[in-house]
Write a protein that binds this ligand. Structure first.
Ligand code: NAG
Length: 423
């Protein structure tokens, strides 16, 4: 009864060879073993494909954790953008896109009214009088103590008829949970900030979330350009616009002497290249740099895409300036060299223009006192009329101080990428 097995799902034994001769169609019927092997094989292949896809996708979906352009200043070695670049782990080395974005031309900058068409007619007297300089000190909402310290120690150096001094803030970040305790403390902080703004009138809250990497610098120039926009003379308009950090002391007499003979209708770009990164072309370090009104008005009026304003923001400024036609809009770059830099690396003297890296509050007071002492030792009043000739400062700024050289050497020994960092 070999032919009467229809109820069985499959034969328990393989058909004998002879049966393939009598019914050749059996050859086309796959055995259970073959089916099982095929199923197993396909499932294995599917699993392998899934694993392979996972393996290739995983690294690119993980954010590059090393991208960090915010200086952490955790050792005196750190001079601004220097350290991360020095360690060879800065954004440009990780993110090709960022580096490429420094090469791209920007349509808004190229198509806007160019600086020579903007000009600079800023009288310091009369009805529409402007100011010599707008000084924007980058701050953050929770830095109240630092602002109070600067209001007490540093800002009184700057005569209000010549300078408009403002702290530049962004909107504090919103916490993830809108009902949590962070949200409550954020709204308390906002109340305090509003009270502080009303009380001192020396703060600007830019319409953007506070972040050093998402275009705060451009937002600042945009604010200045808009605040003092208009044809002809505009009341309060500054001849020069400075950006400074809240751990920088500018030496008032030398800031005045450095700019007083400059024509603000020229494209002036003033600052220091000492200790900067060498990866982004020509730019001045962010501790403090300034531009004349036409440049700020031109940059601040350009509606640039985020890709052209974000990351390594001080180097961006140098990038924007490279858009100018060298014939119609030549840029006059004034490099103060090593008269501006970290206070513990400079040879501080009467030619010094700016001290940076004043991380501790007592350092601000000590270094300010030290400057006053140096000026007093030289029998020079520390005021608007007694600045050092910028030519002398620039000469002095060409000499690398011994401590900066030592620091450079130390970084080399640590194996950092100092080639890109320091001269
Ligand atoms: C000022 O002069 C005095 C006396 O010569 C000297 O001891 C002091 O170190 C000088 N101060 C500075 C900051 O150079």
């Amino acid at each position: 009864m070999t032919s009467s097995h229809p109820a069985k799902a499959y034969p328990l034994s393989r058909p004998s060879i002879q049966r393939y001769f009598t019914s050749p169609q059996l050859l086309l019927r796959p055995s259970i073993r073959l089916k099982t092997s095929l199923y197993t094989l396909s499932i294995t292949i599917i699993l392998l494909v899934i694993l392979a896809l996972n393996a290739t996708i995983t690294p690119s979906t993980t954010p590059p954790t090393d991208v960090n352009t915010v200086p952490s200043h955790d050792s005196p070695a750190d001079s601004g953008e220097g350290k991360d670049v020095a360690k060879g782990k800065d954004a440009h080395l990780v993110d090709q896109e960022i580096q490429r974005s420094f090469e791209e031309p920007d349509f808004a900058l190229l198509s806007g009214k160019q600086p020579h068409e903007i000009g600079c007619d800023v009288p310091l007297e009369g009805e529409d009088k402007g100011v010599f300089m707008f000084l924007g000190i980058f701050s953050a909402a929770d830095k109240r103590e630092r602002r109070d310290l600067y209001r007490r120690v540093i800002i009184p150096d700057f005569p209000p008829d010549l300078f408009t001094v403002k702290f530049i803030l962004g909107i504090p970040a919103y916490p993830e949970n809108p009902l949590g305790p962070e949200a409550v403390s954020r709204s308390m902080l906002m109340n305090k900030i509003e009270a502080e703004m009303d009380r001192y009138g020396d703060m600007v809250m830019l319409p953007m979330l506070d972040n050093i990497d998402l275009g705060k610098t451009h937002e600042y120039f945009k604010w200045v350009a808009k605040e003092y926009s208009g044809e002809g003379r505009v009341k309060g308009r500054p001849k020069f616009i400075m950006k400074a950090d809240d751990d920088t002391i500018l030496v008032l007499p030398n800031v005045i002497s450095g700019f007083k003979d400059l024509n603000c209708a020229h494209n002036i770009y003033w600052g220091t290249s000492a200790g900067r990164s060498h990866y982004f072309g020509d730019y001045f370090r962010g501790l403090a740099y300034a531009m004349s009104w036409p440049l700020v008005s031109w940059i601040g009026s350009a509606d640039m895409p985020l890709a052209h304003i974000m990351k390594i923001e001080d180097a961006r400024t140098g990038q924007w300036l490279r858009h100018l036609d060298p014939v119609t809009d030549p840029v006059k770059r004034i490099d103060m060299g090593w008269t501006m830099g970290d206070w513990n690396q400079l040879d501080v003297g009467i030619e010094t223009v700016a001290l940076h890296w004043l991380k501790l509050d007592e350092w601000v007071e000590q270094q300010h006192d030290r400057l006053l002492q140096i000026w007093s030792n030289a029998s020079k009043p520390y005021d608007v009329d007694n600045g050092i000739s910028p030519r002398l400062s620039i000469e002095k700024g060409k000499q690398t101080p011994e401590r900066a050289q030592k620091e450079h050497q130390r970084q080399k020994e640590l194996g950092w990428d100092v080639g890109g960092n320091l001269d």
